[in-house]
Design a protein around this ligand. Structure first.
Ligand code: AMP
Ligand code: MN
Ligand code: MN
Ligand code: MN
Length: 285
């Protein structure tokens, strides 16, 4: 169940717990040879991760996980092998940072109305220099004993329809994919099973996604079961998309999404790493 490839991970640059170098060292220790750092809407951790990767011999793929809006729903698109300095992408990420900052202010206001004080400042403190996310608000709610767990903080305050949830107009699907492609990257639809779509809606999305230049879909995620993998592999074949794999690792505290802890790659799907020029004889070690 250990994969040499993990193309979806987070660091402190967004809502991960480890610094980029700690992440690279942990991945190396787990036997991962090809790691993509894909922080939410930022490439700020990539330089540090690259430097750490050079020391260990692990191959670091610069990445990002974009928040996009499609038909009123928030989706995540991973960009792999991007040039973090490319101006279209960098400008786009700057606009998402502004959106995140104003969303955080509004979240703080709404939580205040529910009797939770200091959430904006608390979340900002936890985010530090990194991108501010709902995960930081959730951690603050747990730290202040408003909620027993991160999961409950999302369920009671931060999920769609709850008091602290703020509907946010992220970049639209077409432009988000455009930014990734402008930066020389490959677009990957992240964790398809998490959107809870009917097969009909998923097909509508995948048609729009492919037409906009989307090239790949995650077929193995950290929490995928066999049915999830069979389903997404079927969609990859149906729409002629490449398959990617990623744990979506955030923190050592959640061992069920450990770096490199991934089920085997499905048959009859072309892996995204062939396009990235990575030849792998055996995917699973
Ligand atoms: P944001 O992009 O700021 O809206 O935050 C989204 C992040 O929150 C995701 O990337 C997850 O890491 C985390 N998240 C979302 N929903 C949940 C949940 N139900 N339980 C735990 N973490 C969640
Ligand atoms: Mn996250
Ligand atoms: Mn995601
Ligand atoms: Mn992620």
């Amino acid at each position: 169940m250990t994969s040499r490839v993990d193309f979806h991970t987070h660091s402190k640059a967004s809502d991960g717990l480890l610094s980029p170098s700690e992440l690279v060292e942990r991945a190396h220790g787990k036997g991962v040879r090809y790691l993509a750092l894909t922080d939410h809407d930022t490439t700020a951790g990539i330089a540090e991760a690259q430097a750490a990767a050079l020391k260990t011999g692990l191959h670091l793929i610069p990445g990002v996980e974009l928040s996009v809006t499609w038909e009123n729903q928030c989706l995540h698109i991973v960009g792999l092998d991007i040039d973090p300095l490319q101006t279209t992408l960098a400008g786009g990420l700057e606009s998402l940072r502004d959106l995140r900052n104003s969303r955080a202010i509004e979240m703080g206001r709404r939580l205040e109305k529910k009797g939770i004080s200091g959430a904006l400042q608390g979340a900002r403190r936890l985010a530090g220099e990194g991108m501010i996310t709902r995960t930081h608000f959730a951690q603050y709610l747990v730290d202040q004993n408003h909620c027993p767990t991160i999961q409950k903080a999302f369920d009671h305050y931060l999920s769609r329809g709850k008091a602290g949830y703020v509907q946010t107009p992220w970049v639209d699907l077409e432009n988000g994919i455009g930014w990734i492609n402008a930066a020389g990257g490959t677009a990957v639809l992240a964790h398809p099973q998490r959107y809870k779509m009917t097969a009909t809606r998923m097909r509508k999305l995948l048609a729009a996604y492919r037409d906009a230049g989307g090239q790949a879909i995650e077929v193995v995620c950290g929490n995928s079961n066999r049915d999830d993998i069979r389903n997404s592999a079927g969609f990859a074949r149906e729409f002629g998309l490449l398959g990617s794999v990623g744990s979506d690792f955030h923190s050592p505290d959640t061992p069920w999404t450990e770096i490199g802890r991934l089920r085997p790659f499905p048959e009859h799907v072309e892996p995204v790493w062939t396009k990235l020029g990575i030849a792998l004889n055996s995917f699973v070690t």
